[in-house]
Write a protein that binds this ligand. Structure first.
Ligand code: NDP
Ligand code: A1CAB
Length: 272
């Protein structure tokens, strides 16, 4: 893996995900704060980020583009074309564009800039904030293997990252890009159940969240099939099988599969 320490990295759009990535990059020591540039339309938020992280900030996106070799696009997909207007004059073959915009094909960004612009798409998730994102990386037609590696290096420093062909990015968005938002209500609802049964809210939330974390770690570390792991918890005529039965009666599997499909479908629509 090559080192990014001396590369200049820019982030355009410091909303929820842009901030998550900035904190992730600084936390992992992937780039020196003095080599990080960020821009957004909202000045007070930029100033707060400068104070917190010691990075360079500007309300002019061209400052970020001109100063950076790697430019991460973290604005909403709906405004990406607008944001890229005028960029073409500031982009050259030395600059790598990394877009995290859901649904937007690399080819759309190439069209807005130059046909030979180096573009890599990444679908991370909000857990980059705590170093536990699940990210997928796909290289546009002009991006080199090294460009994809640079993206892999950045995003694997804040969680896991895998290379996927671009046509699977909508599927990835459905599973892991949107996924944290499926699990937060699960944690809240499990805690609600605990409160209903007499636990205080704080303890119930902690138990529920740690249970999700532990179950996820079991899948990743034991590499056993989730069904086998479930069977390890369900004693005959015991408590767990009663809970599992209640979930199945309420269609839990179809509910989650439908959620992934609905998000992926929306991602495809946004790409049109
Ligand atoms: N949130 C998530 O969990 C994930 C998001 N993504 C992708 O990340 C991108 C950003 O999403 P998210 O962070 O949620 O959205 P946000 O709206 O929180 O962030 C976008 C930021 O860009 C700012 N902005 C608007 N116009 C401009 C402009 N012309 N120049 C620079 N900045 C501008 C917005 O300011 P203002 O609010 O004032 O308009 C806002 O601060 C999207 O493309 C999304 O698909 C990918 C994976 C996960
Ligand atoms: O909801 C969205 O469109 C973005 C993309 C993935 C997560 N949030």
């Amino acid at each position: 893996m090559m080192h990014l320490e001396n590369k200049k990295v820019g982030i355009i759009g410091t909303g929820k995900m842009g901030q998550s990535l900035l904190r992730g990059i600084v936390r992992a020591g992937k780039a020196k704060p003095a080599n990080i540039y960020a821009s957004d339309v909202y000045e007070p938020a930029l100033q707060a980020l400068k104070d917190e992280l010691g990075i360079n900030v500007s309300t002019d996106n061209f400052d970020t583009v001109d100063n950076s070799e790697i430019i991460i696009l973290a604005v909403k997909p709906q405004i990406l074309r607008n944001v890229l207007r005028g960029f073409a004059d500031h982009i050259n073959e030395n600059k790598l564009i990394i877009s995290i915009a859901a649904g937007v094909p690399a080819a759309t960004i190439e069209e807005e800039l130059h046909e030979d612009t180096r573009v890599v798409r990444v679908m991370p998730n909000i857990a980059a904030t705590v170093g536990e994102a699940a990210s997928a990386v796909s290289a546009g037609k002009n991006a080199s293997a090294e460009d994809a590696e640079v993206a892999m290096e950045i995003f694997s420093s804040m969680g896991s990252a895998a290379l996927v062909p671009e046509h699977l990015m909508d599927a990835v968005t459905g599973v892991s890009g949107s996924g944290p938002a499926y699990i937060f209500p699960v944690i809240e609802a499990m805690a609600d159940g605990g409160v209903l049964e007499g636990l205080d809210r704080e303890s119930a939330l902690k138990l529920a969240a740690q249970t999700v974390l532990g179950a996820a770690k079991m899948v990743l570390e034991t590499k056993k099939h989730p069904a086998e792991l479930k069977d390890m918890v369900t004693s005959p005529a015991g408590t767990t099988i009663h809970g599992v039965h209640a979930l199945e009666k309420n269609g839990i599997r179809a509910a989650f599969t439908d959620a992934v499909m609905a998000s992926a479908k929306r991602s495809r629509e946004m790409g049109k």
